[in-house]
Design a protein around this ligand. Structure first.
Ligand code: ADP
Ligand code: MG
Length: 338
């Protein structure tokens, strides 16, 4: 392997080339930490990174999310499952500032995240992935990566969507982007439009882009959906690598084999609520879970359009923010913190 392709630091351990002896330690640690936690909804975790309390979100008469309490253990992979329409994407939207709740609070490392805009949440270390939008399809793979960079002035993955901003990013960001693209085997595609990538490659790109901001918590919304089987294993490997690097991962997935394979803990939602949580082996025996799936409609969710809308709104807010305008109450906390 050429010298410039040699990964450094934590990434080296994650590439799976004869995994070093300690390579599986984070998985063992996460599972050991959760071993004595009761299989109860809302149960306290030994070391929670994310704590959600009394969060509700309604759309008209529909309660999309109603979570009384949810703690997410640091350093583990938490699988979030539930039938279509259960509220998983809405919960991600809320936790990452893409949507505002009717009630409730949530925190990362004890720091409240409510009322923050997506780029502020990202700056604090919590990111999520989206399906790529049309706008991003017209940027090259490398340009997409640079949208994920966290610049010196606190630019975020979304702030940088404002045309021109990414061009002023430092050389270091480009280097970092190229490193990540090599890791995700997308470096040969760096100058191609993201729109020309396969579904699976887009998912990899999204994940790579999320890592540009050095997150501590990564929320992946159906990272395997639409990915052909040849890339599934590779994607799964990348998700496990995030844990190896000490990140906290929450991911939405429908395939129970995948969920069992990689989750340290599983949270089940139905009709907006958390109806069960526990280690993977506890879930399939749970009657509430079986009932939720049997009673569920398996029609297609409307998430692509919804996510496009939310992203467009976030871009709009950021553009306004850059002009120093306050466009609604949700942006009034901006500029605080660092
Ligand atoms: N922006 C929205 N407007 C109206 N209803 C919505 C909106 N977003 C989500 N919903 C509804 O909220 C419920 C939960 O949706 P969602 O969070 O996408 O579920 P999941 O990701 O678990 O499939 C669904 O009934 C969905 O139709
Ligand atoms: Mg969804």
């Amino acid at each position: 392997m050429p010298a410039e392709n040699t990964p450094t630091g934590a990434h080296a351990a994650s590439l799976g080339k004869g995994s070093p002896a300690g390579g599986r330690a984070p998985q063992r640690l996460a599972q050991a930490a959760l071993r004595d936690v009761p299989w109860e909804v809302g149960v306290a975790k030994p070391d929670p990174a994310i704590v959600v309390e009394n969060v509700t979100r309604t759309f008209g008469g529909l309660t999309a999310v109603s979570v009384d309490r949810l703690e997410v253990q640091r350093g583990g992979i938490t699988g979030l499952i539930g039938p279509n329409g259960a509220g998983k994407t809405t919960l991600f939207n809320l936790l990452t500032g893409f949507d505002q709740p009717n009630t409730g609070t949530w925190s990362f490392d004890g720091r409240p995240l409510g009322k923050l805009a997506p780029h502020q949440v990202a700056r604090l270390g919590v990111v999520r992935t989206f399906q790529l939008t049309k706008a991003l399809s017209r940027l090259t793979v490398l340009e997409n990566m640079l949208l994920g960079a966290q610049g010196q002035r606190g630019e975020s993955f979304l702030r940088a969507l404002v045309p021109g901003t990414w061009r002023s990013q430092e050389k270091a960001n480009t280097e970092k982007a190229l490193d990540l693209l090599r890791r995700f085997k997308l470096d040969a595609k760096k100058d191609e439009f993201a729109g020309t990538l396969s579904g699976g490659q887009r998912k990899l790109l999204e994940m790579a882009r999320a890592l540009m901001s050095d997150p501590q918590v990564v929320m992946l919304d159906e990272p395997m959906a639409g990915v052909n089987p040849a890339l599934t294993q590779s994607l799964l490997g990348h998700v496990k690598d995030l844990r190896e690097e000490g990140m906290t991962v929450i991911f939405v997935e429908h395939d129970m084999d995948v969920v069992r394979d990689i989750s340290d803990w599983v949270v089940v939602m139905a009709a907006g609520r958390v109806i069960a949580e526990g280690p993977p082996e506890s879930i399939s025996q749970n009657q509430a879970v079986v009932d939720a799936y049997l009673g569920a409609h398996h029609d297609a969710p409307l998430t692509v359009e919804e996510e496009d809308q939310v992203l467009a709104e976030a871009e709009r807010r950021i553009a306004h923010e850059e002009n120093g305008e306050v466009i609604d109450s949700d942006t009034t906390t901006r500029g605080e913190g660092r």
